[in-house]
Design a protein around this ligand. Structure first.
Ligand code: MLT
Length: 241
């Protein structure tokens, strides 16, 4: 399988995604939160780039059954229903609800993939399902959301983890088509053993711990704990299974 890995959305060109399957990775924490919300019964998630856009959509949809969820600098934005901690997205809060989600990096990363054949949200918590998807593709793109426009270890390591698992489970040969894919594969050799330890070492993981979200790291490192496949369809992320 031919693979390209991009470590930030700014590296992505439309021609790189056109007609291809793209896996969007924002391990800490948007991908994990989205997957957790859908696993716990949310109807769908509309990713938006700004709080203003999120508020407009909620006003249009009407507040009934809709949750306005936004994070800035890892904290819940005042006046919103929820922030970006997967721990908040419990069945009692999200079942049957439509979520409008604005996060610093993750929502924008999802929206930057327009033109792709299929857009899948990937993380450690649904790793096995993502590997299944990759196993059926001849070529794919893994897009890391990164952190404030820069490289994020947790996303790159998760890309490597998924590719290594694909090799181990299917015996498929991976042909890296860009430098990012080479690096991710190498990183995958080391980073597969203990995702939680890696998240604790990553800059954003340490920042989250310092801001009181240390428990989120274990939720984000729980391999296969949320075995569903979130896909973007008509501007909304829904379960495809
Ligand atoms: C984001 O989408 O920017 C991240 O998930 C930030 C966070 O940890 O909340």
């Amino acid at each position: 399988m031919e693979v390209r890995v991009y470590f930030t959305p700014s590296e992505l060109r439309e021609e790189a995604v056109r007609g291809r399957t793209v896996i969007v990775l924002d391990v800490l924490r948007a991908s994990t939160t989205i997957t957790t919300a859908l696993h716990n019964g949310a109807r769908g998630i509309i990713p938006v780039e700004s709080l203003e856009a999120a508020t407009e959509i909620v006003v249009k949809l009407g507040v009934e059954g809709v949750l306005l969820c936004a994070e800035r600098d890892v904290h819940q934005v005042e006046g919103c229903d929820l922030g970006n901690s997967p721990a908040e997205y419990v069945p009692e809060r999200v079942r049957g609800r439509l979520i409008v989600l604005a996060t610093t990096n993750g929502s924008g990363a999802v929206l930057s993939t327009r033109g792709a054949k299929r857009i899948v949200i990937g993380s450690y918590v649904n790793a096995g399902r993502v590997v299944e998807v990759l196993g059926k593709e001849k070529e794919a793109v893994l897009l890391c959301a990164g952190n404030n426009g820069g490289f994020a270890l947790e996303d790159a390591a998760c890309a490597g983890f998924l590719l290594r698992r694909l090799v181990d489970e299917t015996g498929q040969e991976i042909l890296p088509l860009n430098d990012g894919a080479w690096v991710a594969l190498e990183l995958g050799k080391r980073a597969t053993r203990n995702p939680l330890r890696l998240l604790r070492r990553a800059v954003h993981g340490r920042y989250l711990e310092g801001e009181g979200f240390g428990e989120d790291l274990a939720l984000c490192a729980a391999v296969d704990a949320r075995p569903i496949l979130p896909v973007l369809r008509d501007r909304m992320i829904v379960r495809s299974d």
